[in-house]
Design a protein around this ligand. Structure first.
Ligand code: AMP
Ligand code: MG
Length: 347
C-alpha cells in the first residue's frame, strides 16, 4: 500500500511522517528541483535494495546520496578543502559531485565502486526531509529506461503500489536531472550534462572536461536495427529526431508527417501539418516540458513522434543529450529524411 501525501496541509507533520518511514527502512518518492527522486536511508542496505526492486534498476547502476549540509557529506565521502569552500557558495543546486567514498556506506549504494555521487538539492521539501532523516540515497523515481518523472500525477501512475509514500508536490522546477562531474580527476570531467550548466561550473568552480559523448550520440550507431537499440529516458513509441532545422520544417509540413506526433518550438509550430505539442518558447521551457511531453506521446493516438533539435549552450546541452538518448533514429546534418520512411517500412 502506497500512501500519497500532499504537503499543503500539516507540512511539518508530513515531513516527520516521511522521515519516520525512511528511518524505518521504507521508501519515499519526493520532489527535487530537477526530477522526482525515490529515496531510502543511505546507511540501510535492505532499504536501498527496495529502490532497485521498485525501479527495476540494474544492480550495477549506483545511487546518488542526497545531503542537506556539509557534515552529512563528511560522513560518507572525502572532499578537499578548496572544493568544499567553493561548494559552500554553489550548493544547494543541481550539481552532483563524484567523490571518493567512505566505508560508512553500504556497497549497494555505490554498486561496489570506491566513489560516490553527492547531491545537495535546491528544493524545500527535499531539504527538510533530508534534514530530518538524511543522508538519503535516491536515483530518479522513474522505472528504469523510462523518462524521468517531473510531476506527481505521473509519479502516482508509475509507482503506486511499489513504494511506501509518494509526496504529491506538483511539477518540479527544471525537468532534467542534475549535472554530474567527476572530481577525483584533474581537470574535473563531466559525467552527465544536466540542469547546472557547464558555463556555470567553469565560472564558479573551475575547468571541466566535456567529452563529445555528453551530446548523447553514443547509442545512435545501431539506430537502424529496430528493437536492438538500448535507449534511455525514452518514450515507448518510436521518436525520430531531425537535427537539421530546414529538413525538420520540410518534414513536419509534409503529408507523411500526419502519422507523427510533432514536438517542436512555438516558432516552428506554424509549419506543422497537424496540431503539434509545443515544447516551449525558450530552452528552459523545453527542458521543463520534455519528459512530460514524451509521456504525452505514449498516451497519444499517433504511433510515432518527431522532434527538432535545439542549440546546445547552457541547459540546451542536457536537453539535446536527453533527446538523442530517447530517439529511435537520429537524422543528422543533411541526411535525407527518406531514411525515416525506410525505417518505417522495415518495422
Ligand atoms: P539517476 O539518479 O537515476 O539519474 O541515477 C544516478 C546517476 O548517477 C546514474 O547515471 C549513475 O550511473 C550515476 N552514478 C552514481 N554513482 C556513481 C558512481 N560512483 N560512479 C559513476 N556514476 C555514478
Ligand atoms: Mg535516472
Amino acid at each position: 500500500m502506497t500512501e500519497i501525501i500532499n504537503m499543503d496541509n500539516n507540512y511539518r507533520e508530513s515531513i516527520l511522517k516521511c522521515a519516520a518511514t525512511i528511518k524505518d527502512g521504507g521508501t519515499v518518492v519526493f520532489p527535487t528541483e530537477t526530477v522526482y527522486g525515490l529515496g531510502a536511508d543511505a546507511f540501510n542496505a535492505d532499504a536501498c535494495k527496495k529502490i532497485f526492486v521498485a525501479k527495476n534498476r540494474p544492480a550495477d547502476n549506483p545511487l546518488i546520496v542526497h545531503i542537506s549540509n556539509m557534515e552529512m557529506l563528511e560522513k560518507v565521502a572525502y572532499i578537499d578543502k578548496d572544493l568544499k569552500e567553493k561548494m559552500e557558495h554553489v550548493w544547494p543546486s543541481p550539481l552532483t559531485l563524484l567523490l571518493k567514498r567512505k566505508n560508512s556506506l553500504p556497497d549497494i549504494v555505490t554498486a561496489g565502486l570506491d566513489t560516490v555521487c553527492i547531491r545537495y538539492p535546491d528544493n524545500r521539501i527535499a531539504l527538510d526531509l533530508i534534514d530530518a532523516c538524511g543522508p538519503i540515497a535516491a536515483p530518479s523515481a522513474n522505472i528504469s529506461t523510462r523518462p524521468s518523472i517531473v510531476d506527481s500525477g505521473t509519479a502516482i501512475k508509475e509507482l503506486d503500489g511499489r513504494v511506501d509514500i509518494i509526496i504529491d508536490a506538483g511539477r518540479v522546477k527544471y525537468g532534467v536531472e542534475s549535472t554530474i562531474i567527476n572530481c577525483t580527476v584533474n581537470p574535473y570531467r563531466l559525467l552527465r550534462a544536466g540542469a547546472f550548466t557547464v558555463e556555470d561550473i567553469r565560472s564558479m568552480i573551475g575547468n571541466v572536461y566535456v567529452d563529445p559523448l555528453a551530446k548523447g550520440y553514443s547509442q545512435s550507431s545501431v539506430a537502424l536495427t529496430p528493437g536492438l537499440k538500448y535507449r534511455h529516458y525514452a518514450p515507448s513509441k518510436k521518436l525520430f529526431l531531425i537535427e537539421n532545422e530546414d529538413d525538420f520544417i520540410k518534414f513536419i509540413s509534409s503529408e507523411e508527417s500526419r502519422e507523427f506526433l510533432i514536438l517542436c518550438s512555438a516558432k516552428n509550430s506554424v509549419y506543422a501539418s497537424e496540431k503539434p505539442i509545443i515544447l516551449g518558447d525558450n530552452i528552459y521551457e523545453v527542458a521543463y516540458n520534455l519528459f512530460y511531453d514524451f509521456r504525452l506521446l505514449d498516451d497519444s493516438e499517433k504511433e510515432y513522434g518527431v522532434i527538432q533539435s535545439f542549440p546546445e549552450n547552457g541547459i540546451g546541452l542536457a536537453v539535446m543529450n536527453r533527446i538523442r538518448k530517447a530517439s529511435f533514429l537520429i537524422v543528422k546534418d543533411k541526411e535525407n529524411i527518406d531514411k525515416i520512411n525506410r525505417v518505417l517500412n522495415e518495422t
